[in-house]
Design a protein around this ligand. Structure first.
Ligand code: C2E
Ligand code: MG
Ligand code: MG
Ligand code: MG
Length: 278
């Protein structure tokens, strides 16, 4: 067993040495058994309001690989999407998030937190996606209005009618929706008014150069102004400096997420941050 794992390490890191099985195929095979082997876990990154209160968290998937250690999503989500493995993995994420919300419901210091979950296109396009989420909410007893699903612009726009239909089916149950990485996609703004949206998340690539790049300043101010008119909340992601936070606050940003405030962390650590003092 240990020997086989060393073999997979070589293929993983040195594609030039690959034998019959490619690095990607090995990654896929490893992914295939990762759910059953209990290798996935959720990290949570807090989201804060303008007064500095933690109001929610985003769930960010991590893979505890027996050889490669803690693998970030950038290393495996794309492969999971291409191979359809994202469907069972995404189901695991949704179920875990609902179980967490159900548990928080009974804890006075945690029950008012919302939880955001990233949804990939392949997963959302499944015919039974909305039914799946409704069933998970029922099975776990999670409060639907604390669950927020993050969709990207490109996901929504690849089939607007299907997106609207599924979003409405979940919206009537109380589930909320955010557009993730806002500003990086097609930015066809007319679709925004047709969707039952709650939030926009400004992509961190715009936040990064705030105050240094005139064009990014304008983009962010424009998003904030537009969101105000549409009565959408705005979350800024990737807030790393006090100057970025101050700029966003000056222009009416509602919520803040980023290394300046807190990094993604294990669930127990976030829960401990909310414990009343004493
Ligand atoms: P995202 O949804 O846009 O998540 C934000 C990413 O920015 C996270 O990376 C987070 O750790 C990182 N981040 C947060 N604050 C800062 C900051 O101040 N500076 C910088 N440089 N980065 C910051 P992470 O956890 O590596 O996730 C990357 C992407 O993987 C996510 O981007 C999301 O698209 C995807 N992802 C994560 N979890 C899931 C999941 O459960 N399902 C699906 N389908 N995709 C997921
Ligand atoms: Mg996200
Ligand atoms: Mg994002
Ligand atoms: Mg992003």
């Amino acid at each position: 067993q240990a020997k086989a794992q060393r073999g997979s390490t070589l293929r993983f890191f040195e594609p030039g040495m690959q034998a019959a099985i490619s690095e990607r195929a090995q990654l896929e095979a490893d992914l295939q058994q990762a759910i059953g082997a209990g290798q996935f876990l959720l990290h949570l990154q807090p989201q804060y309001d303008g007064a500095g209160a933690m109001v929610g968290a985003e769930s960010l998937l991590r893979w505890q690989h027996p050889v490669h250690g803690l693998v970030p999503p950038a290393r495996f989500i794309a492969v999971a999407e291409d191979s359809e493995l994202i469907v069972p993995i995404g189901r695991w994420v949704l179920r875990s998030a609902c179980e967490l919300l159900a548990r928080w419901r009974h804890a006075p210091h945690l029950r008012d937190l919302s939880l955001s979950v990233n949804v990939s296109a392949r997963q959302f396009r499944q015919d039974d996606f909305a039914e799946l989420v409704v069933r998970l909410l029922q099975d776990t007893g999670a409060p639907a209005h604390r669950l927020e699903l993050e969709l990207t612009e490109s996901l929504v726009l690849e089939d607007v009618e299907d997106s609207i239909a599924k979003m409405h089916r979940l919206r009537v149950k109380g589930v909320r929706f955010a557009v993730d990485d806002f500003g990086t996609g097609y930015s066809s703004l007319s679709y925004l008014t047709r969707l039952p949206l709650h939030r926009l998340k400004i992509d961190k690539s715009f936040v990064h150069h705030l105050g240094e790049s005139h064009s990014d300043d304008v983009v962010v101010q424009t998003i904030l102004g537009m969101a105000r008119n549409l009565e959408l909340e705005v979350v800024a992601e990737g807030v790393e400096t006090e100057a970025q936070r101050a700029f966003l606050a000056r222009h009416g940003c509602d919520l803040y997420q980023g290394y300046l405030l807190a990094r993604p962390m294990p669930v127990a650590q976030l829960e401990a941050m909310r414990l009343p003092p004493g």
